[in-house]
Design a protein. Structure first.
Length: 149
């Protein structure tokens, strides 16, 4: 395995594991969510069913995304063809989240650690994938795809 693919695998696993941590808040009591909301300087957590639903379902979606990233990293040979898609998803989501954060008036520290880093991670994945293809030559073969169809 070439050095770019090794780093690609590590980054995918790191991002995946980090996103899987979002599983924990799915089970937070509402009182803890409200306390953390205040600690983050976001004011009072709105007391509405949709707020709790969105908080829990968003955490769950982050965890699902994390499981896809982690599995892709652990099974890079079989699932490596997903890397360009995952990279571009991160680029787009990061840019959209930057717009959402700015439009919603999120605190500067929230905006600084969300949109741009997500997009940069996507660009890093794309770059590592491209470089890993150069070292092995055949892009389909190097990602573990059967090219004898």
């Amino acid at each position: 395995m070439n050095i770019y693919k090794i780093w690609l695998q590590r980054i995918l696993c790191l991002i995946g594991a980090g996103l899987l941590v979002a599983t924990i808040p799915v089970f937070f009591p509402v009182s803890l969510m409200a306390t953390m909301h205040g600690w983050l300087g976001l004011g009072d957590l709105p007391d509405a069913p949709i707020t709790i639903y969105l908080a829990r379902s968003t955490s769950l979606l982050y965890a699902v995304h994390g499981s896809i990233m982690l599995t892709t990293g652990l099974r890079i040979k079989e699932l490596g063809a997903l890397v360009p898609l995952l990279g571009w998803i991160h680029v787009v989501i990061g840019l959209v989240m930057l717009g959402v954060d700015l439009n919603a008036g999120m605190p500067w520290y929230w905006t600084a650690v969300e949109g741009v880093p997500i997009s940069l991670a996507g660009l890093l994945l794309l770059w590592l994938w491209k470089e890993s293809q150069k070292q092995t030559g055949d892009g389909a073969h190097s990602m573990g795809l059967d090219t004898k169809a």
